[in-house]
Design a protein around this ligand. Sequence first.
Ligand SMILES: [Zn+2]
Length: 435
Amino acid sequence: MLIVGNGLLITLDADSKVIKDGAVVIEDGIIRETGDTANIKARYLNAEFIDAQGKVIMPGMINTHMHLYSTFARGMALKDPPPRTFVQILERLWWRLDKTLGPEDVYISSLVPIIDCIRFGVTTILDHHASPMSVPGSLDECAKAVEEAGIRACLAYEVSDRDGLEIRDQGIEENVRFIKRCREDKSPFLQGSFGLHAQITLSDDTLKKCKEAAEGLDVGFHVHVAEGPEDLEDSLKKSGKRVVERLDSFGILGPRTIACHCVHINEAEMEILKGRDVNVVHNPESNMGNAVGVAPVLEMMEKGVRVGLGTDGYTSDMFEAIKVANMLHKLNQKNPSAAWGEVPTMVFANNREIAKRIFGIKIGVLEPGASGDVITVDYDPWTPLTPDNFYSHILFGMSGGLVDTSIVAGRVLMRNRKLTTVDSERILARSRELA
Ligand SMILES: [Zn+2]
């Protein structure tokens, strides 16, 4: 049994409780209760106690769209002229990088951003993987990194036609194999979903095959949707349908499907996403950096579409994603009051709901019965932090670099900024060699 106490507890539960001198009790990986530290300490005399020393205690963050394999892109030189379009970014950067990855590259390039996740207080990720020259077993390499480091991850292999039918079929097989492995393992830390790149690299035949292969596996798909304008043009040319319509016609959309980006969609497509109860994931930094446009997430949310928040591998820091999402939509709407409610709903309520649909357990809230995924943040508010304003403290005052302790299911992965499960010096040195 573990108690994390003597801190300012932000529960993110239905009442948005803020408890001064608060504590959370974790037993067998699950939160047993939250409350006043003195009261809790007096009742659990034999529990291990982590003293937060007045820091903020809150649930671990969830990133609902990540690419662990993007590690070696940092500082990578391009051979071609700088990309001018989204497809050129794929061709000149990502599809060059992912073809170089062998098993050890996949393992190390997974561990590096997972170390970042732990340091930034991100305890759950939904990842989307590609290593076309080394497909079979690649999700096991990612999983090895996830299990060693101790975070929670849902993994998917991105099926695509771009490298030929043999590699496409390997991708389908890798998803099926890994999803079955997760079913057998029954680990609360690992899940699989069926990865698809994007409609732009998926033929009708491939989409049909993927839908058939996923039949009976009881999972959703994880797919990029209408990210760049080319995706929409290509879909219209190929099928006469818009992107969401085309994917829907193959049965790809459902309550456990992760539809990332959804930048170039119209109102009719929003209605489809809502009707299919799909999980849209917004990635503001990626969309801005790739200059693909601003996803109409505020309109989607107004219509009742569930929108979560991810990073698309641009960063591992969800505090950063919150800041960028907040500013992007205010600027885009030319309205300083925009997105005040929507961004916290994405990152807290909706990411939590998406994680629950994938992992089948309550994650991202400090309340009895939820998973014991807890972080402490070295933040001392200089104005009162209350149930009404804690979001503005998170937005303006906190960042991933202030996270001090990260805990997943009661297991301490970092304490006082020191990692406990992985040797980051050795891993980063190996990463530099492989890169
Ligand atoms: Zn992505």
